[in-house]
Every structure is written in C-alpha cells, then in structure tokens.
Design a protein around this ligand. Structure first.
Ligand code: CO8
Length: 257
C-alpha cells in the first residue's frame, strides 16, 4: 500500500511511522488512520521488526481528529464510520509502541499517545484533551485511558477544562517516561525501541499482554493470567537460549521462536 498521510521506514529492527499532514497539524483523518493501521499491520507481520515508534515529526505530534471531517458528519454517519475502532486497534497492537512526542499531542493525538506503551517527549511538549472546546469530549479512549494513568482528578480537570498540561506535569503524572531536548526525542525513542527489539520477541509480546491485563482485570485474575503467560514462555526456543546464554556467560541469540 502506498501512503499519502504518513511516512513509513525501518531502521534496523525498529519500524518508524511519521504522521505527515503538517499543513493541518497532523489532523487524524479517516484516511490517515486507515494508512496508520495498514502500516502497523504490515510491521506487525514483519519478523525483522521488534518494536514501532510513532512520531509526528519535529514540531508537533498531532492536533487530534480532523475537525473539518467531523464537522460534516451526522450522528448516523459518525456511528457507522466508528472512528474509535482505529484507536482501539492501536491499543490492541501486539508489538511495543513508543510515542515520540515533539510539541503538542491534543485530542485524538493524545489518545493515540495513550494507546502506546512508552512515551518520550520534548521539553516543550503539551498534552491536552481540548474536545470540550468544540462541543464534544474525548471519544477515542481519553475518558478511559487517561484516568487510569493520571488519576480521576487530573483527568477530570484536563477533560472538563480542555487545558493542556506541560511536559514536566506529564512526567510527574506518569504520562511520559522521559522528557528530553526537542532535537533528541526521536533518537531517545528509537534507542528504547531498538533496545526492546534486541530481546526475545516472544517474551516481549507476552510481557506486553500481561502488563496490559493489569488495566483490565482484578488482581487475582491478572496474576493468574500472568502466571499462565509466564509458563507459556517456557515453550519457546528463546527461553532455552536466553537461560543457556546466561549460564554460559555469553550474549543470547534470540530467534523469535
Ligand atoms: N482538524 C482539522 N484541521 C486542523 C486541526 C484539527 N484537529 N487542527 C488544526 N487544523 C488546521 C487548521 O484549521 C488550520 O487550517 P488552515 O490553514 O486551513 O486554516 C491549520 O491546521 C493550522 O492550524 P492553526 O493555524 O490553528 O495552527 P496553530 O499552530 O496556530 O495552532 C493548534 C495549533 C493549537 C493545535 C490549533 O490548531 C488547535 O487548537 N487545533 C484543534 C485542537 C483540537 O481541538 N483537537 C481536538 C480535536 S477533536 C478530537 O481529537 C476527537 C478525538 C476522537 C476521535 C473520534 C473517535 C471516535
């Protein structure tokens, strides 16, 4: 598939997707989201890719869903288009997703960040859910994922006032793993991604599944799920190789099997 609204490349074992509609601040149109999902799917099926970085480029991440497109939709059209499923698919992605955020991530842009697993942002980054200012509210996961990360009160304030928070606030709230100078955001994100991509892809996938369950279940059920997935890892060649390499004092060679 050829892409008009995103750029896709591979750097070693890392997939890199750049949102690329700068004239409208990377507004997330249906077409862009379709392309993003197609790119993610293709990278998911690529055994040479161990993790994926999503960025908006050096100036801004995204100003959110495309307001022009949404302004023309009726209730029935919005319902049938069911845009939310695109963000759900990002949240369900099997490989680790690292968001590299320069500048603002607003609305659906923040919701895309929230669907990722690790967040690196610039010192001037801003995170906001401004939907309330245009007569709606977050509809692509913001009301569910944001409170799970920053807590009820901060999420309520962000969603009900629409005011963005700074990179430092995001870091303090656990919404960003690292705050770094703008020019090194992508390198940091790629560094984390390639570190992850050097591990056993099976162990990484199982670990991601287990951590995600923590947000979706009781402690008992989550622990049971974790234990089961842990035992599953014992069926992989990578487990045999990883433990043998440790005991033989050498670097492991993981094959993803
Ligand atoms: N959608 C469409 N076009 C946009 C958007 C957007 N979200 N944001 C900016 N643009 C366009 C502007 O209309 C403008 O176009 P033009 O040049 O034709 O006038 C161009 O981008 C540049 O915009 P600005 O001049 O405003 O650029 P600034 O750098 O001054 O400001 C801001 C950047 C602060 C990001 C500002 O553009 C802004 O506030 N944008 C809107 C932010 C917003 O409200 N986002 C929430 C959108 S709603 C949403 O995301 C819902 C998610 C749920 C999805 C559905 C799931 C079911």
């Amino acid at each position: 598939m050829s892409y008009e609204n995103i750029l896709v490349e591979k750097r070693n074992r890392v997939g890199l997707i750049t949102l690329n509609r700068p004239s409208v601040r990377n507004a997330l149109s249906t077409q862009l989201m379709r392309e993003l999902l197609a790119a993610l799917e293709s990278l998911a099926g690529d055994n040479e890719v161990g993790a994926v970085v999503i960025t908006g480029g050096p100036k801004f991440f995204s100003a959110g869903a495309d307001i022009k497109e949404m302004s023309e939709k009726t209730l029935v059209e919005a319902y049938l288009a069911d845009m939310g499923r695109f963000w759900d698919a990002v949240g369900d992605y099997p490989k680790p997703l690292i968001a590299a955020v320069n500048g603002y991530a607003y609305g659906g842009g923040l919701e895309m960040v929230l669907a990722c697993d690790i967040v690196v942002c610039s010192e001037d980054a801003k995170f906001g859910q401004p939907e309330i200012n245009i007569g709606v509210f977050p509809g692509a996961g913001g009301t569910q994922r944001l409170p799970r990360i920053v807590g009820k009160y901060r999420a309520m304030e962000m969603i009900l006032t629409g005011r963005p928070i700074s990179a430092q606030e995001a870091y303090m709230l656990g919404l960003a793993n690292r705050v770094v100078p703008a020019e090194s955001v992508l390198d940091h994100a790629l560094g984390i991604a390639s570190e992850i991509a050097s591990k056993s892809p099976i162990a990484v996938r199982l670990a991601k599944e287990a951590v995600k369950a923590a947000f979706n279940t009781t402690l008992d059920a989550g622990l049971l799920f974790e234990h089961r997935l842990f035992y599953m890892a014992f069926g992989s060649e990578d487990k045999v190789e990883g433990m043998a390499a440790f005991l033989e004092k050498r670097e492991p060679k993981f094959k993803g099997r």
